[in-house]
Design a protein around this ligand. Structure first.
Ligand code: BES
Ligand code: MN
Ligand code: MN
Length: 469
């Protein structure tokens, strides 16, 4: 960064510091909108969150609109930057939808009534979506705000695309991207929907796991039956379900679906070596989960298992009577939700087929399975060495005074693969969450330190992108 550039940036950073309390207020307003995309009862609220974000961008001078889909709308906004027209924009992606807040009784305050409270790193904002992903979306929107207030606009052309269905498997993303290639033309996509290394150390994520999410429903008798009158004469779908699901793992916790591990590629040697250098504290990680012991594939470190090995997990299971007291019943149906995290070399459609036939082949006579897919996307690695990636690393280092850790993640962001397929560009995953943020859990939070650091980092990355234009 040249001295003129750093003087220009210093003014912006100073503005982000002065704006911080207003930034927190704006985040809280965003968090008050219950944009739960998986539940159609919240469709109107979900749309309101899109409108709210679009208005924030419009008031900064972006040309911003909602683009309707069969599901939730996209927000698409554009700022020409300094207007010299010589460089392609930087695309920013995030999602304004959130996970359902259940179980509600475990929240200390309402999930959509954000509270700013004190925590170990200073203040923190508690609400559904505080970190995933409204707080992180606000890191770049507030960075644009500071640039706009001080210099009239960002130093490079910027396009923003916000999705409202990320938490429900991004069903509208492919058709949307296919239809908006020109409006979304960019040098690179910047995504803030992942984590930092720790509260002082920024991180860029270069590998994401893929996901196959399946819902299975088993049907047996035509209606619920007395378990004394009928027990022992016909198959119980709930018994059949737990037998199938119980066979998914061997005694060591290794996935036992035949063919599941075929073709898996290990991470490149230099990536594996750099991961081994990271000072990962397994104990602190378990503590952040409130867990007392680790469990998983033997002979591999936790980081390796989390970032480069596949999984199969039950997410929910139902059937029969689970209310108070006893009820002797053979349920007519039983069901479960399952997610497999995938790594390089695994084809999501093939894994989905293997999982379905694993279950079907184990059903006793008289039980029929139906399946419903809630997502199917491959693992992805992004280029770790491009001019934009170097610029992002420089910006993060300027903002935090130390280099970004280059990491993997166990989570999935379907948009990263879809953006590469449709727009032909890679993403830079610079996120500001922490392991203890309780994303997807009750009492989700985002530390003000992460919000503030994220805003500053985006402000600095913009300057670095401008000087690599
Ligand atoms: N932001 C997460 C993904 C994530 C979580 C990345 C933690 C890094 C660390 C994203 O919102 C998410 O939850 N994705 C879903 C994808 C699914 C619903 C298709 C996931 O990973 O379960
Ligand atoms: Mn997210
Ligand atoms: Mn999420």
């Amino acid at each position: 960064m040249t001295t003129t550039a750093s003087a220009r940036l210093a003014q912006v950073l100073e503005r982000t510091d002065r704006n911080l309390d207003a930034s927190i207020d704006r985040l809280c307003a965003f968090l008050r909108i219950p944009s739960i995309s998986t539940d159609p009862a919240y469709d109107a609220e979900t749309r309101k969150a899109a409108e709210w974000a679009s208005e924030r961008l419009s008031e900064l001078g972006f040309e911003s609109r909602l683009v309707d889909t069969e599901g939730q709308p996209f927000v698409v906004a554009h700022h020409p930057g300094p207007g010299t027209g010589s460089t392609r924009p930087i695309l920013y992606y995030g999602h304004y939808d959130v996970q359902p807040p259940d179980p509600l009784e475990l929240w200390r305050s309402g999930p959509f009534e954000p509270v700013v409270e004190d925590g170990p790193t200073g203040r923190r904002v508690v609400a559904r979506g505080a970190c995933d992903d409204k707080g992180q979306v606000m890191t770049f929107i507030e960075a644009f705000r500071a640039w706009c207030e001080v210099h009239g606009g960002p130093p490079v052309p910027v396009t923003v695309m916000l999705e409202g269905e990320e938490e429900s498997g991004s069903p509208s993303l492919d058709p949307f991207l296919a239809g908006h290639r020109e409006a979304l033309d960019a040098r690179v996509c910047v995504v803030s929907d992942t984590g930092m290394w720790d509260v002082e150390t920024p991180a860029i994520t270069t590998m994401l796991r893929g996901l196959v999410y399946e819902e299975v429903q088993l049907r047996g008798p035509g209606h619920d039956l007395h378990s004394g009158m009928y027990g022992g004469t016909l198959a119980n779908p709930l018994n059949a379900l737990v037998e199938c699901l119980g066979a998914l793992h061997d005694a060591d916790g290794r996935v036992a679906i035949p063919g599941f591990f075929d073709g898996i590629e290990d991470p490149p040697a230099e990536v594996a070596a750099s991961w081994r250098e990271l000072p990962f504290d397994e104990r602190a990680f378990l503590d952040s989960a409130g867990a007392t012991a680790e469990h998983g594939e033997p002979g591999r470190s936790m980081l390796e298992r989390m970032w480069s090995r596949p999984t199969c997990d039950l997410n929910g299971i139902w059937g029969g009577y689970a209310g108070r007291g006893a009820k002797t019943v053979i349920p007519a149906t039983a069901g479960a939700k399952l997610s497999c995290r995938l790594v390089a070399g695994q084809d999501p459609e093939r894994i989905r087929g293997l999982l379905r036939s694993f279950i079907e082949s184990r059903l006793p006579p008289g039980i029929v399975a139906t399946f419903h897919s809630h997502g199917c996307n491959p693992a992805i690695a992004v280029a770790a060495d491009s001019p934009e990636m170097r610029a992002a690393r420089e910006g993060l280092a300027v903002a935090y005074g130390r280099p970004a850790a280059m990491i993997g993640t166990g989570g999935s962001i379907p948009a990263v693969g879809a953006i590469r397929r449709h727009l032909g560009i890679d993403s830079i995953l610079a996120g500001f969450g922490l392991d203890d943020d309780r994303v997807h859990s009750p009492n989700e939070k985002f530390d003000v330190k992460c919000l503030h650091g994220g805003i500053r980092a985006h402000a600095a990355m913009l300057e670095s992108f401008a000087s690599t234009a």
